[in-house]
Each structure stands twice: as C-alpha cells, then as structure tokens.
Write a protein of this length. Structure first.
Length: 279
C-alpha cells in the first residue's frame, strides 16, 4: 500500500515538473517573441522612419506671412527625410524672407520639424515706385523694409506714413540709410508709450538738409496746413502740435504753416503774414 502511495507521489511530482518545464519554455518563447517585436519596433523607429519618411513640418508664429510663401521659398528642402534634412539651410532661407525678423528650427526625432517664426512688426509705412504703380512698403523698428500683406496695416492710425525718404533703390529686406534710423527709433519710442499719438498725423514728410541732416513736415489729419519740426520727434513735439492746432482754430482760419522749430512756435498765413504764439 505504501509502495503504491509513494509511486503515485513520484508520478505526480514528475508530472508537475514536466508542466513546470513546459510553462518555463512557453514563457521563454513568449519573452523572446515580445523582445524580438520590441527590437524590430526600435529598429524601425531608429532607422526606418528617419530614413524613409519625409519630415512632418509644423509652423508657428505666422500671422501675416503665409505658410505657402514659406514653403515656396524652401522648395524641395522640406521633401526630405530626417537624416537629410538641413536645419541650418532651412533656417537661413526663412530668415532671408523680408517679413521674417527671426526664425528657429527645432528637429524632433524621428520625423518632426517645428519652424518657429517671429514676424516683423511695422513701425511706419512709406511708398515706392514699382513700374507704373506706387505701392506701400513697411518699415520695422530696425529700419528694415518689408512688404505689406493684406489687412496688415492697423487702421487706427497708430502706424504713420513717412514720405520723402529715398527708398526707390533699396530692395525689400534691406535697411534704410543710417541717418534715418534716428527717426524710426523716435517713432518706435512714441509708439511704446502711446500708439494713439499718430492718429492725429496723416503723414510725416522728411525734408533733407545740408550735411546729411533733415527736418520734418507733419501733416495733421483734421487741418489743412503743415507743421514744421526739426529732426527731434517726441511726445512733446506732438503734444505741442495738437495744442497749437486748437489755438489756430480760434485764431485765424487762414493759417497755412505752423513752425515748431528753434524752440518757438510761430505761424504763417496764406497772405504771407507771420506771427508768433509763444517762445
């Protein structure tokens, strides 16, 4: 009886051992399969995707420049896989577009590219001759000329029109002559305080003088006259202009010119008489 029990126990133990070995082999096979799939996926991720698929590009920061303009400028440089995509080349081409102030290209493995664009903001607008037409062109805070896009110029008068600057031979993307940078800096400084100052000025006309100097003629929006000013344009100049215009309305409708130069405020009538408001 005891021999039969012992024999049954041995058979049970052997059977359990066989089942355990089978399970162990099955787990090993399953592990090998899973590990192989993971390795294959890793190899695809590391080599196949970067080498075979073209990069997927996203653009950020575009407001006035169109994505189509950027893509057209880059040509087939976006139709490349991750391994052959040239970050520096793309960045250089996009940075050369006149309406772009700064660009950063970020690559994300295995096939992502993000192009972050900072567009130029207009400080002033001027006009150039293009064939038989006169077209507007914008000027940013650094004096760089860039084209006007649709609905780009604010309609509230915060971006003034500047005329008289010789820009006919300056291509888009180039800067104004250095002697006019002071004027652009002054306009930008005023806009940083209160952009509504320029809502009262329809045009700022630059008048060249000897030795590279210049003076300004301000054309008010609601008055048919001219305001002469020196090359220093600031809040005080615009405030003095607006106060003087209020005085002129009740003084004489024949006033043609207001002169804010040389530290005094004087006026000129169409009848060739002159007068002085205050020193």
């Amino acid at each position: 009886m005891s021999d039969m029990v012992f024999s049954s126990f041995e058979e049970f133990e052997a059977d359990s051992k066989r089942k355990s070995e089978v399970k162990g082999k099955a787990l090993k096979i399953l592990f090998i399969i899973l590990f192989s799939l993971l390795m294959i996926e890793g190899l695809v991720y590391l080599f196949a995707i970067p080498c075979m698929n073209n990069v997927k590009v996203t653009f950020k920061g575009l407001k006035n420049c169109s994505q189509q303009e950027i893509v057209s400028a880059l040509g087939d440089r976006l139709d490349r896989n991750y391994m052959h995509f040239s970050k520096s080349e793309v960045q250089s081409i996009v940075a050369s577009i006149p309406g772009v102030e700064d660009v950063k290209v970020v690559r994300r493995f295995p096939d992502r590219v993000c192009i972050n664009i900072t567009e130029r903001e207009p400080v002033a607008v001027t006009f150039i001759n293009s064939g038989e037409r006169t077209v507007p062109i914008q000027i940013d805070k650094n004096g760089v000329l860039f084209p006007v896009m649709s609905s780009e110029i604010p309609l509230d008068g915060s971006v003034p029109i500047v005329s008289g600057i010789p820009v006919e031979n300056i291509p888009e993307g180039m800067r104004l002559p250095s002697k006019y940078h002071l004027l652009i800096d002054q306009i930008a400084d005023i806009q940083s305080v209160n952009r509504k100052y320029f809502a009262a000025v329809s045009e700022i006309h630059v008048v060249p003088r000897e030795y590279g100097n210049f003076e300004l003629i301000l054309i008010p929006v609601k008055a048919h006259l001219r305001v002469l000013a020196d090359r220093v344009l600031n809040e005080e100049t615009l405030q003095k202009m607006m106060v003087t215009l209020d005085v002129v309305k009740g003084l004489d409708k024949d006033v043609d010119v207001i002169d804010l130069r040389y530290g005094s405020v004087s006026y000129h009538l169409r009848s060739s008489r002159t007068g002085v408001f205050f020193e």
